[in-house]
Design a protein around this ligand. Structure first.
Ligand code: HEM
Length: 198
């Protein structure tokens, strides 16, 4: 339906998944991990971020990339052909989970960004810890982290394939396992942040 532009749009969709979105998720986990060094270090890191010159330009670029990636991503999810039977068993499941997590992330991030960026909630350790005192909030955040980390880790391995970086089956398998490692590392870092707020 999108005709001749679809190759470029696909490539742009793929690229925005890594730059800036993937990099942003890693930076986000990194900054939140200052909690490991205590509440004051965490608040210091957040204040440092807020003082970055031209922060609004960075935020606008990330938001634009997100709107494009999510918009075209939804188009892929709802118009894409099923790949059942085209790849191995595991690949089919990963393909399906990439799409399910896309929709979960979309809903999660809209609520997450609204509450933490646009509502009155103060970004202090005390306020966040209070917000995370309910089991329901912890469960929602854990689901959001799980979906995002899966989508990014699996996305890295499909990105390497779609850009022709991993060509042979052996390379693809190796980076498949590498992305599993990335998945577990990011998951542990993410869960640890939620735990530290508890
Ligand atoms: C911050 C959140 C997100 C990150 C870091 C991210 C990252 C990525 C990455 C790295 C890929 C792999 C690209 C490739 O295979 O070349 C990808 C694929 C995909 N993303 Fe996202 N994404 C995010 C949010 C979303 C959202 C909200 C949607 C849609 C609602 C979405 C839909 C998709 C779809 C459908 C694919 C698979 C594309 C394909 O198989 O051709 N993503 N994403």
């Amino acid at each position: 339906m999108l005709g001749d532009n679809s190759y470029v749009l696909r490539k742009l969709h793929s690229l925005t998944g890594i730059i800036p979105l993937g990099l942003f998720i890693m930076e986000h986990f990194f900054i939140n991990s200052f909690l490991l060094q205590g509440e004051e270090e965490f608040e210091g890191a957040v204040n440092f971020l807020h003082r970055i010159p031209y922060l609004w330009v960075l935020e606008l670029l990330i938001a634009a990339a997100f709107v494009f990636h999510a918009g075209y991503g939804l188009y892929i999810v709802f118009t894409g052909k099923s790949n059942v039977g085209r790849y191995g068993y595991v690949r089919n499941w990963l393909f399906l989970f990439q799409r399910i997590t896309a929709v979960v992330i979309l809903v999660f991030l809209i609520v997450h960004v609204y509450t933490l960026r646009f509502s009155d909630l103060e970004i202090t350790y005390a306020a966040l810890s209070q917000a995370l005192s309910s089991g329901f909030m912890v469960a929602i955040l854990t689901l959001g982290v799980l979906a995002t980390v899966f989508h990014l880790a699996n996305g890295i391995s499909t990105f390497l394939i779609s850009w022709g970086i991993t060509i042979g089956l052996r390379a693809q398998r190796f980076f498949g396992y590498a992305s599993l490692f990335v998945f577990f590392v990011l998951l542990l870092v993410g869960i640890n942040i939620i735990r530290l707020f508890g």
